[in-house]
Design a protein around this ligand. Sequence first.
Ligand code: TRP
Ligand code: SF4
Length: 336
Amino acid sequence: MSQKQRIVSGMRPTGKLHLGHYLGVLTNFVKLQEDYECFFFVADWHALTTKSQDTDSLKENVLNVVLDWLAAGVDPDKSVIYVQSRVPQIAELHIYLSMITPQNWVERDPTLKDLAKMVRTGQDDNKSGISYGLLGYPVLMAADIMMFNVDAIPVGIDQVAHIEIERDIARRFNNIYKTDLFKEAVPKLTNIPLLKGLDGNKMGKSFNNDIKISDDEETTAKKVMTAITDRSRARKDDPGHPDKCEVAFTYWQAFADEKTLATVEEECKAGKRGCADCKRQLGCLINEKLRPLRKRRKYYENNIELVHKILEEGSEKARIEAEKVLKEVRKAVKMY
Ligand code: TRP
Ligand code: SF4
């Protein structure tokens, strides 16, 4: 058995990932896999909580997420990469947890309130309102986490409310069934600031303001040219304000080394750098940084059976570990 601490994290299959995902989440996954025993999965059941009637591209979305993980350097030899629905043990654990979770715990989940709003405002097809499954969102997440009895969960701040509920459920399970089976897992916050979208709003594919890991270089270069700059600047030899350059300069900060960044800043302030030229250079830099990722992604796209194999093997490993915990759970609950 490995002495390393265990972590688990999941992502809903939303399709192709963008640079915000890359810098905010994936670089973190890649780092963590060196020091932790990592379980990374695509939460396809969670996708059904809001998209139960819109599943035509579900499979494709799962693959696109995994392709981007592999592109970014998540390594199937180091991490267990799997699909939630391929680990039925999670569903069984979810049943046990659902029986001990008070209704008002799930109703209080603030993130759920946002999801419920999405349902009401018709951003998905759940016309009959909030489903029983959506209400159980945090309980299913608790099953994801408890299934591997992990030490920590690397997530963004938006997931912390769910994880609080998970900790309560784990504690309650231990209390009710008089066991110390479950650890109290802690959220491991990824504190990399979110990259803004090209238009200055939150980056997201539904806002059409993102750069995808999988975009080609020409598309990337074109998109970068639309990034918001210092709005107070009229002519290219006006002194610029990097701190007021809402998007372009923040991308420089995210991708450039210190020396390059200092040059950009200096030249901008001195009015020696036009925004168009600046963004052309920025596009080149981003393309350069993404080139190895895109090359890896292409390789897996062209060998898609390899990706299926990675998911098969990862899911099998996950099932084996899950079954160990589930045996203990059944024993604790005193099932037949
Ligand atoms: N709710 C998470 C999200 O929307 C995805 C998720 C599902 C998850 N189960 C999890 C994350 C368990 C961490 C641990 O991004
Ligand atoms: Fe931003 Fe570059 Fe224009 Fe300066 S020159 S305002 S850093 S885009």
